[in-house]
Design a protein around this ligand. Structure first.
Ligand SMILES: [Zn+2]
Length: 287
């Protein structure tokens, strides 16, 4: 584990307040930044520790991946990324996209619309063989974001990944930097601290899943993301809502029902209501 940092890993502000302890011995707290509204762990795991963790994560077959239907998330992204369908070719960066399930399904929607070529750049600890794709869909793994050229992507997907990144600032800057003008960015992150607080009131256990998750990012963080980014004025939030329910009624009935019930007020009350479990944004690059 790295030593505790005094500044916010997103915006480098020092105005931070302690929310709760995530673990004891050694103590790790969840700390909230008053400037950018990110909540982050006070101490970050080392990259060696994370590599070990994820090697086990992808090796084990237990139920850690909670997305029942990648196609459903892909359709959801497609609805807000249709602008790209006017282009002859589309490039997608799928950051933390595992085997590419979501981006390949997204690419299929574009191919069905007559797009001749969709190139997917995949970056993940997971090095399994990417999802098989049709002949119009080309998937290539990259080992690091630095290999992706600036302004080269029509669509950037960061679905349930930023919460895992110990040093997120350069990653976020790069994810936006690789967007072409007019390109679209989709991110989805957990926002569970309010649920943790509620759970503690009724003495229920709520696992933040540290050190897998090291950040908690809700509506306030995402709605102010342009203040946090280098050249933030170039980006426009198209949609900012509670995140899509990840599970389906067919496979996880009660969990899915609970998720819908908790998230619905979030669509109406937005930042005022926090029991959403997760938040998502669609952002376009304007210039
Ligand atoms: Zn901050």
């Amino acid at each position: 584990m790295l030593a505790a940092d005094d500044v916010c890993p997103f915006c480098a502000a020092t105005e931070r307040v302690l929310l709760t302890l995530l673990q004891r011995k050694p103590d790790v707290a969840l700390v909230h930044c008053r400037r950018c509204h990110a909540s982050s762990a006070s101490r970050m795991p080392t990259s060696e520790a994370l590599e070990k963790y994820y090697a086990n994560y992808y090796g084990g077959k237990d139920e850690k991946i909670t997305v029942d239907a990648p196609a459903r998330i892909a359709l959801h992204i497609y609805k807000h990324a249709k602008f790209a369908a006017t282009r002859p070719e589309i490039s997608i960066l799928d950051y933390g996209g595992g085997d590419g399930s979501i981006s390949v399904e997204l690419a299929k929607f574009f191919v069905n619309q007559g797009i001749k070529k969709v190139s997917i750049a995949l970056i993940d600890y997971d090095q399994s063989t990417p999802k098989s794709a049709g002949e119009n869909i080309h998937v290539r793994r990259f080992s690091d974001l630095s290999e992706i050229e600036d302004q080269s992507m029509d669509i950037v997907i960061a679905s349930a990944v930023i919460e895992h990144v110990p040093n997120p600032r350069p990653v976020i800057d790069k994810l936006f930097g690789v967007l072409k003008v007019g390109g679209g960015f989709y991110a989805r992150t957990p926002h569970v601290f309010p649920l943790m607080k509620l759970a503690s009131i009724v003495n229920a256990k709520f696992d933040f899943t540290y050190p897998a998750h090291v950040h908690d990012l809700g509506a306030k963080f995402w709605n102010n993301i342009s203040d946090c980014l280098t050249g933030g004025g170039k980006y426009q939030i198209i949609r900012s809502t509670p995140s899509l329910v990840e599970t389906s009624f067919q496979e996880h009935f009660l969990r899915t029902l609970a998720a819908y019930v908790l998230k619905i007020p979030g669509y109406v009350f937005k930042e005022q209501y926090a029991l959403v479990g997760g938040w998502e944004v669609f952002i376009r690059r304007r210039s």
